[in-house]
Ligand binder design. Structure first.
Ligand code: HEC
Length: 255
């Protein structure tokens, strides 16, 4: 029975392996930055400096009790101002966020620390130039709004498909004795992307689904790491076992 094999890396011309290696290196770097970004934008929302399931639940579903302003000040915005000023804003919010106290002492902090980015000229960020603008972030935190979720969903669905399509097209040339294992590694990230994006929406209404967000994200990371390291290793350091090499040549002669 003749079986069609994907060419192994060792059968590919040098230039193709160099192209693959270059692409993998840049994708790997991109993946590392994506991990840093996820940590930086979500950690600390629940008060614990590590990235926790609770942080993810808050990012998508909101705290249900606190405000967006508080979650931002405890999380991604905490580096923008000294701790005492941070505390000052938070206690102002907890004490009812009165306009009088705002004018007297809080506005100055926003003006000094925040409005270089959060101003009326930047449509992508809530403006913190006025009491009204600040109050919009001091309402109950319901997490990421639908519009942002839809925006991030389409970016992820398109972007990740590109990344995994490229990575898997390279990994196809790796040799793995168990065909089903290779197929699983290739298919897993595509299934994970869909589950991941779906679980953002579900987490909004059902918090425990934050676990699924983390689980599917991890599966994607594991697939990527396997394809990345196996491909690079087999491309440059690995010699096909003799019996496989034999079967390969027989298949070529058969055709
Ligand atoms: C260097 C620019 C910059 C400065 C300075 C800055 N922010 Fe931000 N802020 C951002 C960006 C970018 C985002 C959106 C990305 C994110 O959530 O990490 C953001 C998000 C936020 C959000 C969440 C908005 C939302 O809709 O979820 C709040 C609230 C916030 N900032 C408050 C503040 C406060 C208060 C300060 C001052 C102490 C401040 N920021 C200073 C850039 C800045």
């Amino acid at each position: 029975m003749s079986q069609r094999f994907a060419l192994h890396f060792s059968h590919l011309p040098l230039v193709q392996r160099i192209l693959y290696t270059s692409a993998l290196c840049v994708l790997g770097l991109g993946y590392a930055f994506a991990m840093i970004y996820i940590f930086a934008s979500h950690h600390g929302r629940d008060g614990n400096p590590m990235l926790t399931v609770k942080d993810i639940a808050i990012a998508y579903g909101g705290t249900k009790s606190g405000t967006k302003l508080e979650s931002a000040l405890k999380g991604p915005m905490s580096a923008m101002l000294p701790a005492d000023e941070n505390l000052k804003i938070i206690s102002w919010v907890l004490n009812g966020a009165s306009e009088k106290a705002y004018e007297e002492e809080i506005k100055a902090v926003f003006d000094n620390r925040c409005i270089t980015c959060h101003n009326n000229r930047n449509p992508h960020l809530p403006s913190l130039e006025s009491y009204k603008g600040v109050m919009q972030t001091a309402e109950e935190d319901r997490g990421m709004d639908m519009f942002s979720l839809v925006r991030v969903s389409h970016i992820h669905l398109f972007g990740l498909t590109f990344i995994f399509f490229i990575t898997a097209s390279i990994f196809i040339h790796a040799y793995i004795r168990q065909e089903w294992l290779k197929i699983t590694i290739i298919v897993m990230p595509f299934i994970s992307i869909i589950i991941d994006v779906a679980s953002w929406y579900i987490t909004k209404v059902f918090e425990p689904f934050a676990w699924v967000v983390i689980g599917s994200g991890s599966l994607m990371g594991i697939s990527f790491a396997l394809m990345f390291f196996i491909s690079l290793y087999q491309m440059w350091f690995y010699k096909l076992p003799d019996d496989v090499q034999m079967r390969f040549y027989c298949a070529v002669i058969d055709e």
